[in-house]
Design a protein around this ligand. Structure first.
Ligand code: ADP
Ligand code: ZN
Length: 712
């Protein structure tokens, strides 16, 4: 029996007489004083004394897990070195969904009760005159009364409770077909064939921004639906999918099932069950949607496959893109990876013939890719205390004059990333993390972006008590907003960052406001770069194109190239041509040059050569070990113990231990070790043996990150 607990082992139970159980079945079992749900994994090996065994309480009535689903979870546990029970918990993330759905009650009109018929009550009576059973909330909404009115009518006997039929979801059907361009048609034809083949394949849909990749893969979704199969579409930022959902709705006549962390408990429960029972036809979700127990999955699409948000950095540490490919391999599914800037890993897999690429080199409908130019900040610097170059100000001015929109991109939330005392030089730092506090001026606070610690902006320096001496250093989006308001007082400017919008509804409202031209200048962080289609947006300016290039991160160049390509891709998507400005102090940097010339292939070839020479991924393998705890000496001691126990094997090198760049995070001291190995090395087995030789003492935690993306 496998239980969703953070342990690697499987538990043995006795099957009571008369209960037939097979591997994959859902069961309730006793565990200590509790009752927990789990999955029958295999027949017990019989190494537990019979009188110690407890008995399975009951079988839960849900379609059992297939062999492939179980193999997939085992594979993930093995690959990520996470306990199998912890991986199972990703799949059984909604325990309440295992209970049969509660019978829902609604109301019908009763002729027994009595009471004064107010206008509101009359509207309810009129609505219910057709005799249909409706839920209280629906009555309130449709009759435009408060739920209190419904309740009081029920109390007065004017309404009678009645069982609601379970509402069947409208089946998805490709209704409104789009007319694909010839190039799109070729791509869609190819993807449809892959879906029909019902075997494992990985296809990279590699097309420039605005080439219609979404329209093309929705064709593959349609094909899977025609085949009666379920589809999973993974997207990097589910709160930003309002435009995507709208297009989906137009094309398929109904909404897909969403899966992300902001769903209500009831929706999670219903969706989980609909997925497990095969009723949910299309799931669009964040990375965790990959672990849902699909009854009949036929296709996985990973949109923006290069995006770093597919990496889960806590608990079970995994990359959803890579795990999706593994699921496809185990279950025999076609996988579609979609991007305008595929990850180097993906490009190398295409070159090696493991993946197939389909290209869409042109924008749809005759739109051109925007012209990109560098703004050399040494030659045309901003005014003192300002951040926008005259070149950019001029471009925005012209865009506004012709009734177009402009976007200013800066990947930094808040007003200023550092606050410094002009009198004593004190820097405002987080007490729990080795990080500066970021000023958020709209809310008048200093906040840590790592742990959430926040304090009101002090009047006096906490170190020297000097009054009004704290000065903001450097810009965040709020500071750019301030500058925009001074430069363009007539323009309607708005900020879009994860902390200035509230949830998916807030994001959707903002996107709509921009699309409908209620905003002239949009200032934002990376969330403005993702997938949006703003037809009137012609000028995009990157306030600090060098921001991601510093530091020793393996993927700094690649990531900056991807992010800035994506930002640039927002400009000129319709009739009006786009212009992109990159403010930089490093106009000769290879990343900036590649963006200007549009030479993606050349850039990737150089990146590839560098990584191959150093034995870095994807030409070598990496596993990071992060040791952390509240007691610094103990943490350091264990990091050294791990270092002494490190493997001495051909093709394997261990770097570190060293204090992590984020040496203090949420009050925990942190050390890192990095294992680098040749591709042929089975790093999982090497690391498993390694950490077994140096078990972590109490109070010290070891996290193992296979294929790390973050080196903080
Ligand atoms: P990508 O995903 O490659 O950035 P999209 O699929 O978002 O591109 O397409 C860009 C825009 O062009 C969208 O507004 C989309 O609806 C439109 N579009 C793309 N292909 C077609 C088509 N064949 N017919 C009509 N509109 C299309
Ligand atoms: Zn902090």
């Amino acid at each position: 029996m496998l239980l969703p607990l953070p342990f690697a082992n499987v538990y043995d139970y006795v099957v009571p007489d008369g209960l037939a159980l097979a591997p994959g079945d859902y069961v309730h079992v006793p565990l200590g004083p509790r009752r927990v749900s789990g999955i029958v994994w295999s027949e017990g090996v019989g190494d537990v004394a019979a009188d110690k065994l407890r008995t399975v309480a009951e079988r839960i009535d849900l379609p059992p897990w297939s062999e492939t689903t179980r193999s997939f979870l085992s594979w993930v546990a093995n690959y990520t070195l996470a306990p199998l029970g912890a991986v199972l918990r990703l799949a059984l993330s909604v325990p309440a969904a295992l209970d049969p759905p509660p019978a829902r009650t609604g109301y019908v009109l009763s002729h027994a009760g009595s009471g004064r018929m107010t206008d509101a009550r009359q509207r309810v009576a009129a609505l219910l005159a057709d005799g249909a059973v409706r839920a209280a909330a629906d009555i309130a909404r449709e009759a435009e009364v408060s739920t209190g009115v419904v309740r009081s009518m029920a109390d007065a006997g004017l309404l009678r409770p009645a069982m609601l039929a379970t509402i069947a979801q409208a089946p998805l059907r490709a209704t409104a077909a789009v007319t694909l361009s010839p190039a799109q048609e070729v791509a869609a034809h190819e993807l449809r064939a892959r879906v029909r083949a019902r075997t494992f394949s990985v296809t990279v849909l590699d097309g420039v921004t605005g080439s219609g990749k979404t329209e093309v893969y929705l064709d593959a979704v349609a094909e899977a639906l025609e085949q009666g199969q379920q589809v999973l579409v993974l997207v990097p930022e589910i709160s930003l999918t309002a435009q995507w959902l709208e297009r989906f709705h137009i094309r398929f006549g109904a909404a897909p099932n969403e899966w992300h962390s902001e769903l209500s408990m009831a929706t999670r429960r219903n969706t989980w069950r609909a997925v497990a029972e095969g009723r949910a036809q299309v799931v669009v979700g964040a990375r965790s949607a990959l672990f849902l127990p699909y009854a009949n999955l036929g296709l996985i699409v990973i949109d923006e496959e290069h995006d770093a948000s597919y990496k889960q950095e806590e608990g079970v540490i995994y990359n959803a893109r890579d795990m999706a490919v593994a699921r496809g391999h185990i279950a025999g599914l076609p996988i579609v990876l979609v991007s305008a800037t595929p990850a180097l890993e993906t490009v190398v897999n295409v070159e090696a013939g493991r993946y197939t690429a389909i290209h869409l080199p042109e924008r749809h409908g005759g739109a051109h890719l925007p012209a990109i130019r560098a703004v050399d900040m040494r030659a045309t610097p901003p005014a003192r205390g300002r951040w926008l170059s005259p070149v950019v100000i001029d471009a925005v001015t012209r865009a506004l004059r012709e009734g177009s929109q402009a976007m200013l991109f800066l990947n930094r939330r808040g007003y200023a990333p550092l606050t410094l005392c002009r009198t004593c030089g004190h820097r405002m730092q987080c007490p729990n993390c080795q990080a500066w506090l970021v000023e958020h001026r709209y809310v008048g606070r200093l906040a840590c972006h790592h742990c959430g610690h926040s304090v009101p902006l002090p009047k006096a320096c906490p170190a020297c008590a000097a009054l009004d001496s704290l000065a903001p250093c450097g810009p965040g989006v709020e500071r750019i907003h301030e500058e925009v308001r001074e430069l363009f007082p007539e323009a309607r400017a708005a900020v879009m960052a994860s902390d200035t919008i509230t949830g998916p509804a807030g994001a959707a409202a903002m996107v709509r406001a921009v699309a409908e031209h209620h905003v002239d200048i949009l200032i934002g962080t990376q969330i403005v770069a993702k997938g949006h289609h703003f037809p009137l947006l012609t000028v995009v300016a990157v306030v600090d194109a060098d921001l991601g290039l510093g530091g020793g991160d393996l993927r700094a160049s690649e990531r900056t190239f991807q992010l800035l390509s994506q930002v640039a891709g927002r400009a000129g998507r319709a009739e009006r041509p786009g212009r992109v400005y990159l403010q930089t102090y490093l106009p000769d940097h290879p990343v900036i040059e590649a963006l200007l010339s549009g030479d993606r292939a050349g850039f990737l070839a150089r990146e590839s050569d560098d990584r191959r020479a150093g034995g870095w991924p994807p030409f070598g393998r990496l596993v990071a070990l992060i040791v952390s705890g509240h007691d610094a000496p103990r943490v350091e001691a264990h990091a050294l113990a791990l270092s002494r126990a490190a493997p001495h094997l051909d093709g394997v090198r261990v770097l570190g231990p060293a204090p992590a760049p984020l040496a203090l995070l949420r009050g925990r001291h942190r050390y890192r070790l990095l294992l680098r190995a040749e591709r042929t090395v089975n790093v999982q087995s090497v690391v498993r043996d390694w950490v077994a030789r140096a078990p972590a003492p109490n109070g010290v935690r070891l996290q193992v990150d296979v294929d790390p993306y973050s080196f903080l």
